[in-house]
Design a protein around this ligand. Structure first.
Ligand SMILES: [Zn+2]
Length: 289
């Protein structure tokens, strides 16, 4: 039997999972991520893999690594875990473990997991959305990740929504991410209301009398960003993940905002909440080929 091992290398926790061929969970473990020491991160992953694979001879191994990395060089370009930047995690792990591994960012792992085991089961073309600290996306077609010529397929977070407006860390301005990521929505809330609150505080105590303009802008930008995606890709389903996927109005008013902007008179694209929650990273990693 070919087992599937997945590792989710998070900013604070590193999780490992072992699945059998029928995708049953056989083992699952979680340890702290040694955030500032690259060599310790490598050792942590190697130890976890050795521990769970003691009685398993044949397995695939996938790693979910939040951040951006170059498919060409294998080097990590951008990550909240700073010590990973500029490192070749894939090559270093392959050397230590003596086997080939797959490595993908969190948006791709999320989309893979939801396609094969979650809300996307039964849909051929799945567009997975991560909305949290950043805004990302992934495309899975018939259970296979779609990368594109430049390995940026699905990166709707850096589509331009409003040219020459909000500056983005990517060097452009007006990117989707600068309007509808958690931090940018909190910043806009502060500009409009004078209140300093987290997204969960804003949503939990939402008062339309105070927040109407904020919500209208949010819905407009969310709708415009995903309507553009539908116009180009026309996926069979869009699945929302990340912290902001818990906002209920995205599935009602948010969906209406998307539909009103799509270039079609009939729009039936389901906008669904994820099924796997925070587990999508580790499941998605295990499901990588
Ligand atoms: Zn950008």
């Amino acid at each position: 039997m070919l087992y599937k091992i997945g590792v989710d290398l998070g900013g604070t926790k590193t999780e490992i999972i072992v699945l059998d061929e029928d995708l049953n969970v056989l083992q699952r473990k979680r340890v702290s991520t040694p955030q500032t020491d690259y060599q310790k991160i490598i050792n942590t992953i190697v130890t976890l893999v050795s521990d769970v694979s003691q009685n398993i001879s044949d397995f695939s191994l996938g790693i979910c690594c939040p951040g951006a990395f170059s498919k060409q060089t294998g080097l990590i370009k951008n990550s909240n875990t700073q010590c990973l930047i500029g490192k070749s995690l894939k090559a270093d792990l392959e050397n230590k473990l003596g086997k080939n591994i797959s490595i993908e960012n969190d948006a791709n792992c999320f989309t893979m997991a939801e396609s094969k085991m979650g809300a996307g089961v039964g849909f051929n073309l799945v567009f997975g959305v991560i909305m949290g600290t950043g805004v990302g996306g992934g495309i899975v077609i018939n259970n296979v990740l779609h990368y594109g010529k430049n390995n940026i397929a699905g990166e709707w977070g850096h589509h331009t929504l409003h040219q020459n407006e909000n500056p983005c860390y990517c060097g452009k301005s007006g990117c989707v991410e600068t309007y509808i990521s958690g931090p940018s929505l909190e910043k806009r809330w502060n500009q409009l209301t004078g209140l300093t609150q987290s997204m969960s505080e804003i949503i939990t105590n939402f008062d339309i009398n105070i927040g109407k303009k904020w919500k209208d802008e949010f819905l407009e930008n969310f709708g415009c960003g995903l309507a553009n995606v539908i116009d180009i890709l026309d996926p069979d389903v869009i699945i929302l993940g990340g912290g902001l996927s818990n906002i209920n109005f995205l599935y009602t008013e948010g969906k209406e905002s998307i539909y009103s902007k799509v270039f079609s008179d009939i729009i039936e694209t389901p906008i669904l909440k994820n099924n796997l929650g925070d587990s999508s990273g580790v499941f998605g990693a295990a499901l990588l080929d």
